[in-house]
Design a protein around this ligand. Structure first.
Ligand code: DX5
Ligand code: ZN
Length: 215
C-alpha cells in the first residue's frame, strides 16, 4: 500500500522524543504530523515550535503542522522556520484563508486546509485550487482516542472526486484504525494520521505496525 502514513506526534513518548522520531523514520512512515493547539480553538494544549524543531533535527522526512488555533496566519512563519514542510490551517478560525494559503506557498511550504466534521466540502470549493492537501477531520479535533464520526466518510468521497482536477491529496485525521484505513483507502484517500488507534501504545514495534498497514 503506497498511502501516506503520518504518525501523530502528540501521541509519542516525550521522554525520548528524538528516539521516537528515529524509530518512526526507520519504520517507514512518510510525514510527521504535529498537532499544534491553542487551548481556545480546541480545548487542549499539545505541541509547540520546540517540538517541531526537535523532530526536524532527527529526520529528513516531511513534517506537517496542523494548526488548531485562532488566527493561524499569525503563527504560520514560526512553524515554517522551525522546519515544517506542510502547514494546515482551519478555515473555521482564519479570516483571510486565501491570503494565508498563498503566503504558506510563498514561504516555500505546501499549503493544507483542515476541515472539522461540521464543515462542508462546498464551503471550501473556492479555495481548493490553493491547497496541496485537504485534511478531513473524522473526529472533533483536540484529543486522541475518540470515536470515528461516520458522516465524514461522505466528504472524503466528495473530495476524492475533486482531487485530480485541483491537484490536492486527501488526508484523514482521527481514529484511523486498520479497518478505517482499509475502507478509506478503497474509497481513494491518499493518507492517514496514525494516532492511538493504529500506532501508539501497542505491543508491537512501529516497524511491525507500519509493515502490517502497508500490506
Ligand atoms: C488531532 C490528532 C488526533 C489523533 C488521532 O488532530 O491528530 O486526531 O492523534 O489519533 P487517534 O484518533 O487514532 O487517537
Ligand atoms: Zn491532526
Amino acid at each position: 500500500m503506497d498511502k501516506l502514513l503520518c504518525p501523530s506526534m502528540m501521541c509519542a513518548d516525550y521522554g525520548c522524543l528524538a528516539n521516537e522520531v528515529k524509530m518512526l523514520d526507520d519504520a517507514g512512515c512518510d510525514i510527521f504530523h504535529c498537532d499544534i493547539m491553542d487551548g481556545t480553538f480546541v480545548p487542549n494544549f499539545t505541541m509547540g515550535v520546540m517540538d517541531v524543531q526537535t523532530i526536524r533535527k532527527n529526520t529528513n522526512k516531511l513534517i506537517d503542522c496542523h494548526l488548531m488555533m485562532e488566527n493561524p496566519s499569525t503563527k504560520v512563519d514560526w512553524f515554517i522556520q522551525s522546519g515544517a514542510d506542510i502547514i494546515y490551517i482551519h478555515p473555521e478560525s482564519e479570516r483571510y484563508v486565501v491570503k494565508t494559503l498563498s503566503h504558506i506557498r510563498e514561504m516555500g511550504a505546501k499549503a493544507g486546509i483542515a476541515i472539522n466534521p461540521d464543515t462542508s466540502v462546498s464551503s471550501i470549493s473556492e479555495i481548493l485550487n490553493l491547497c496541496d492537501y485537504v485534511l478531513v477531520m473524522t473526529v472533533n479535533p483536540g484529543f486522541a482516542g475518540q470515536a470515528f464520526i461516520d458522516f465524514t466518510r461522505k466528504k472524503i468521497e466528495q473530495l476524492v472526486e475533486l482531487k485530480d482536477e485541483f491537484g490536492f491529496k486527501v488526508m484523514v485525521d482521527g481514529h484511523c484504525s486498520q479497518d478505517v484505513i482499509e475502507d478509506l483507502s478503497h474509497l481513494g484517500a491518499d493518507g492517514f494520521v496514525l494516532g492511538s488507534s493504529a500506532l501508539f501504545g501497542k505491543e508491537k514495534t512501529y516497524k511491525q505496525l507500519i509493515n502490517e498497514l502497508r500490506q
